[in-house]
Design a protein around this ligand. Structure first.
Ligand SMILES: Nc1ncnc2c1ncn2[C@@H]1O[C@H](COP(=O)(O)OP(=O)(O)OP(=O)(O)O)[C@@H](O)[C@H]1O
Length: 253
């Protein structure tokens, strides 16, 4: 079954259509990247799947079920989003414990303390962080909390919007390793937006290259690694970013 299936998806902000006729099938357990120039519509696709960009036509299905345009509680439990900025995405006056308990409260799920402790372990954070506030954590630790929060309801799919680009390079590698391990341990599906092609090589199985709201090419990551993307625009993108952030490609798993 597809984890995410997009059919002829158009997405607009007001009168401006920014995504045009996107169709994609992402399998359960797959890690899939959207790459392409700034403004090409990558984040907008994630937002529409998460219900944050409601002005769309076409089809969005999650685990075989078409999502509605409004708040969709089924989808919200299956699909969670992690944002680029771990500073902005955590409430400054809530402890880590409160941040992680909140999804459980909203859904009436008990044994909160145990679940929070287990999730802190899963994302490699010491229990002493539990009653701290976000400003008492480093950027990498905050991103671990954001990932933990996304996983509290045991979703099947994570939408990752530039999850490491706000972090120092050494911390980026730690978070990428964490994401790789969590995917393996929990059988997660990833749909990831990034500008960083070494991140795609490290974490993903396939990628779609986007330009001006359209998909130019869908390819296996093997073709990215060997520099054999087919479309001229994809090759341009590859050349433009060659050498940048290359150290991540060597990150051990
Ligand atoms: N809330 C919004 N209201 C109006 N227009 C928006 C909004 N968010 C994004 N856009 C526009 O939609 C287009 C696609 O933006 P989007 O953020 O999806 O691109 P992107 O490929 O993710 O870019 P980046 O890599 O810079 O994040 C851009 O032209 C952008 O200016």
């Amino acid at each position: 079954m597809s984890a995410i299936s997009l059919g002829n998806l158009d997405i607009s902000y007001g009168d401006t259509k920014v995504v045009h006729g996107v169709s994609l099938d992402i399998s359960e357990g797959e890690s899939f990247a959207l790459v392409g120039e700034s403004g090409s519509g990558k984040s907008t696709i994630l937002r529409a799947i998460a219900g944050l960009a409601p002005d769309w036509t076409g089809e969005i299905a999650v685990l075989g079920k078409a999502r509605s345009h409004g708040v969709d509680r089924d989808v919200a439990r299956q699909v969670q989003m992690v944002f680029q900025d771990p500073y902005g995405s955590l409430h400054p006056r809530k402890t880590i414990d409160a941040v992680l308990s909140e999804p459980l409260d909203i859904n009436g799920i008990g044994s909160r303390g145990e679940r929070v402790e287990a999730m802190l372990n899963a994302v490699g954070l010491d229990q002493r962080f539990r009653f701290r506030f976000p400003h008492q954590l480093s950027g990498g630790q905050r991103q671990r909390v954001a990932i933990a929060r996304a996983l509290m309801l045991e979703p099947k799919v994570l939408l990752l919007d530039e999850p490491t680009s706000a972090l120092d390079v050494s911390v980026q590698a730690e978070i990428l390793n964490l994401l790789k391990r969590l995917r393996r341990e929990q059988g997660l599906t990833y749909l990831l937006v990034t500008h960083n092609l070494p991140v795609v090589s490290f974490l993903c199985d396939r990628l779609a290259v986007m330009r001006q709201g359209r998909i130019v090419e869908v390819a296996d990551v093997a073709l990215l690694k060997s520099g054999r993307l087919v479309e001229p625009y994809s090759r341009e993108l590859l050349e433009a970013t060659a050498g940048r952030d290359a150290s991540l490609a060597d990150t051990p798993s």
